[in-house]
Design a protein around this ligand. Structure first.
Ligand code: HEM
Length: 218
């Protein structure tokens, strides 16, 4: 399973894109419906957000199941999420807005859901660029700090979805709930680690204080 995990994941993550391409090119009588540009926009956005949330599930899953090899799948999932999101953006830029600079700037500035979507994309960009081993080595500890941007990016992604829903809240609510649970897991882990480190620090201090007191003959 471990050996086949990466190729399997690659295939799974490519499937929605292949399915969309087949529909876009009208293979086997398939199509994208009455409004193909909107359909592409929605499907690419949905898959981008789903894969972003799946990327955030990797660490809790690997830790809870005690399977460190699962961590090796995180980069691929993250890059696939980014690919879907960039295609989602490109579809809007090219097929929806036809590179109309004025309309693009007006949308980003005046439509809050586009503003937050754009901010989310800008946050994900440096993460994709620095996802290579070379950048990991070069940035060292700063790499982990930089990659924490994935959390606000996911929050903005959920907000972007939430903001445009007119009637059916179920799906954005589901994504927001999953994200809230993932963030709660991380906060709890950070808190437990800090408490553990503080306890270790104080026991070291206690021991060295005791040793000093014994040395003084107290
Ligand atoms: C510059 C960046 C972005 C632009 C211009 C943009 C634009 C859009 C537009 C025009 C829609 C369709 C709205 C409608 O149906 O009325 C949409 C939907 C959506 N976008 Fe974005 N988006 C951006 C970034 C993002 C990002 C970063 C994510 C995910 C992290 C995302 C996820 C979604 C989702 C989930 C939907 C809803 C799909 C549905 O209704 O089924 N978008 N976006």
């Amino acid at each position: 399973m471990r050996r086949h995990a990466k190729p399997l994941l690659f295939m799974l993550c490519s499937l929605p894109l292949a399915w969309l391409a087949a529909r876009a090119f009208g293979l086997a009588g398939m199509g994208l419906g009455a409004n193909p540009v909107d359909e592409l926009q929605d499907e690419l956005g949905q898959w981008g957000l789903r894969l972003l949330l799946a990327t955030l599930c990797v660490t809790p899953l690997a830790t809870t199941l005690r399977r460190p090899w699962i961590m090796g799948l995180r980069r691929m999932l993250g890059l696939f999420a980014f690919t879907y999101i960039v295609l989602h953006f490109a579809n809007w830029l090219v097929l929806d807005r036809w590179f109309d600079g004025g309309a693009i700037v007006a949308d980003i500035a005046k439509r809050p859901y586009i503003t937050v979507g754009f901010a989310s994309l800008l946050m994900l960009l440096p993460l994709a660029v620095t996802s290579t081993n070379g950048w990991m080595r070069r940035l060292g500890r700063r790499w982990h700090r930089l990659h924490r941007l994935v959390y606000p990016a996911a929050v903005l992604g959920c907000l972007h979805y939430w903001w445009q829903v007119k009637a059916d809240w179920r799906e954005p609510l589901l994504y927001a709930t999953i994200l809230a649970l993932l963030l709660a897991w991380r906060l709890r882990r950070a808190w437990t680690r800090r408490a553990g480190a503080a306890a270790r620090g104080s026991s070291v201090r206690d021991r060295s204080g005791l040793a000093a007191a014994m040395a003084c003959g107290a």
